[in-house]
Ligand binder design. Structure first.
Ligand code: SF4
Length: 365
């Protein structure tokens, strides 16, 4: 980056909220259609309000690819989301993450060397290529999506995980599912797969800490990863709400633990949670187990319904919280000055294989 044009970040923290707002609005107007701002459902309100498009990660990447006039896709989410936007966007478009520290703790729990090592170890026991389909949750690094593309596997989201698993069992007899054990287990259980047929692979232990008999009997080998936000919800929270509000509908995200999900009335992605609540009549009561910003937004949007957050403690995505109005403004004003700060560029080979996996998923659902 040339320093001549660069807009500095630190002074932006001296601005009042009104000054920040005025400069963000002016920067957006100056850039016009050249820049599209994407806001994930978990994004804080002070940033979300400036988004041109909102949704879950995959929906946003798809929507952005339908805006060819936008040279810049400014992703107010986390790193893997901006990678997907880069992979699915046209060559002339650049994905930008306003703060590079906005990562995903779940995505960080599986990396390519560890997954390759797992694959090698499993191959000593099974013919991995013939028996295993690797599936990565979209919440993962691009190179893991590339691994799935290369080995006949695919990607899934919390909306389509059941369809993707069904497809996988039509291809091969077993699935290696990473990085979220809970999404894999909850989806498998809903499809009628027994808990004993879903084993947990601990990447720091030889053979994942499993016996050959456990691996041979397994239908799904689950990576030992989880979301640090959703794991805070406990079954006791649901019991407490049911005592307080008999008849309340409890909806949880499938990144919550199996024990929590078993006690919920419904499981669903952020998109499904929102549509369920929006479609319900006035006076409906909901308790929701997903990230706090989404639940607060629904509460604000629908005061005629009674909407509660499942946990008594704050469960927020602290990494997504790194994107603040100052970083948003910094990214926008640098674009006006001709500087692209924090572009997300997935290396070509990785992007090509990741695209194979993503396109395979899009063909399934
Ligand atoms: S809520 Fe959890 S899975 Fe989602 S981005 Fe944050 S850390 Fe990752």
């Amino acid at each position: 980056m040339t320093t001549a044009n660069k807009v500095a970040l630190d002074p932006l923290y001296q601005l009042t909220d009104a000054e920040l707002d005025a400069r963000i609005v002016a920067a957006k107007a100056a850039l016009g259609n050249r820049c599209v701002i994407l806001g994930h459902h978990y994004q804080r309100e002070e940033v979300y309000r400036y988004a041109d498009l909102t949704g879950d990660s995959l929906k946003l990447a798809r929507l952005a690819s339908q805006r060819p006039e936008a040279d810049y896709i400014l992703f107010c989410g986390v790193h893997f989301m901006a990678e997907v936007a880069d992979i699915l966007s046209a060559p002339h478009q650049t994905a930008i993450l306003p703060d590079m520290a906005a990562g995903c703790s779940m995505a960080d729990m599986a990396d390519l060397p560890a997954v390759e090592d797992c694959w090698r170890q499993l191959n000593t026991l099974l013919d991995a290529e013939a028996t295993l389909t690797p599936i990565t949750y979209v919440n993962s690094a691009a190179d893991l999506k590339g691994f799935c593309g290369e080995h006949g596997g695919t990607v899934c989201t919390s909306s389509n995980a059941a369809h993707v698993l069904k497809w996988a069992f039509g291809e091969r007899e077993k699935v290696l599912f990473f990085p979220d054990q809970h999404l894999g287990r909850n989806t498998g259980a809903a499809m009628g797969i027994g808990l004993e047929e879903m084993v947990l692979w601990r990447p720091t232990e030889p053979m994942g800490g499993l016996t050959p008999a456990q691996i041979k009997a397994a239908k799904i080998i689950l990576w030992d990863g989880f979301c640090s936000v959703h794991q805070l919800f406990q079954p006791a929270h649901i019991e407490q709400w049911r005592q307080r509000l008999p008849g309340v509908q409890v909806i949880c995200h499938p990144e919550c633990s199996f024990e929590v999900c078993q006690k919920a009335d419904a499981l669903g992605s952020t998109e499904l949670i929102q549509s369920r609540v929006r479609e319900a009549p006035a006076g409906s009561q909901f308790v929701i187990g997903t990230e706090l910003n989404l639940v607060n937004r629904l509460k604000h949007e629908m005061p005629e319904k009674e909407i509660h957050f499942l946990s008594p403690t704050l469960c927020m995505c602290s990494t997504m919280f790194r994107i603040d109005p100052q970083h948003l403004l910094w990214s926008l004003e640098n674009l006006i000055a001709g500087e692209v700060v924090n572009p997300i560029v997935v290396p070509a080979q990785q992007a090509a294989m990741a695209k194979v996996a993503l396109e395979r998923m899009l063909a399934i659902v």
